[in-house]
Design a protein around this ligand. Sequence first.
Ligand code: B12
Length: 358
Amino acid sequence: MSILMNYSDQRFIEISQVIFEEQFRRDPKLEEEMDERRKKLMYDDVIYNISFLLTSIHFKDSKIFEGYARWIYDLLCNLMKDIDRDRIMEHMVDHYNIMAEILSSSSGDMLSHDEINLAVEYLGIAVEVTKKAVTDVQLSETFMNGDYYEIRRAYLNAILKSQTREAYKIIDNAKESGLSILDIYEQILTKAMYEIGLLWHKNVITVDREHYATSVTQTVMSSFYNELFDKPRVNRVLVSCAVGSELHEMGIRMISDVFEFNGWDTYYLGAALPKKALLDAIKEHNPDLIALSVTMPPYLSTCEDIVKSIKEAFPNLKIAVGGQAFKNTDALWKKWSVDFYSESSDDLIAWANEKIKK
Ligand code: B12
């Protein structure tokens, strides 16, 4: 005997209530995430979910519930932008698992044995579809084009799914398969971070996911340290920093690492360094090259000022500038007395190794 679509059937209401309450019991974090309005909507959703499942079972057509699971996941991601996609996946997977347990154990008088089996099967499909949907996001052309797409995609997927160990493993495997530090930095990590930025900008991921991506990527970068400092020295010195109150410092740290890997002695001074401290550091380390990085356009004028001061105090010191702030300018660096600009670390190291010799 089926209760298909009979919303007023008391058994239907009772089972929805039990599923709803069980989910809150098992996952106390839900109380913080769901205000009263959301709780009400969530309860309504339990009823919809059961009715779609029962329809699917009635027609013995798994596609009905599978399509619904994908649809409801996208809907919830759009409605609850403050909760990350990965967490919403957890909500739904828990929900489907609880539904399967409760329908199997307590719906004997509502569903036949065969119907219960179908319910469990279709809910299993919904779990898989929902897990897959976490990484099913629209990616930019830049991310999809170019070498090592598969590795970059796997790395991004691991970050979107909170799989920290997997992310490290992907980079370890890439290293083992012979990818250079330059390729890993430029083709995997930089492109993945740019994509994370775009997904945040489009409101597809939350800001905490962006912060998590940053911390995973910084840890990945530090895993290169043993190799970096092992390289034969070439007796050349780089001083580098991010300019102004710039907090974006991963790019310039990459530059510094790449130089260290090429045998240069590097002094990476981080971000938010006062001009006087930078000039003192130049005096102390006597570099062959200084690399300045700007991501946020408001710090371009700070960079211009620093470039002028460095050239006044150290006229022969070579200066390179870079970072995303320059990308949307009309070749601004050409108006300054800098020696080199490029969009990436590989061009800079190639230029420096060729032009700066001792
Ligand atoms: C992680 C991140 C942060 C982190 C930074 C943490 C850290 N420790 O670095 C935190 C959370 C602090 C942050 C804060 C903010 N961020 Co942010 N952030 C990012 C994100 C996602 C990644 C940055 C990154 O590491 N990229 C990877 C590195 C490797 O790339 P890169 O820096 O470009 O470096 C490469 C090249 O440019 C080049 N290069 C770099 N420097 C140099 C120097 C030389 C000499 C040369 C030759 C080459 C070179 O080589 C590198 C390798 O190719 C970007 C997205 C993006 N597109 O990058 C947004 C992004 C840069 N952030 C953005 C914004 C808006 C902000 C905030 C204003 C947000 C806010 N409302 O608070 C603040 C501003 C803070 C500040 N005062 O600086 C926007 C900037 C938009 C714009 N139009 O400028 C971006 C683009 C996100 C977006 N899509 O909208 N952010």
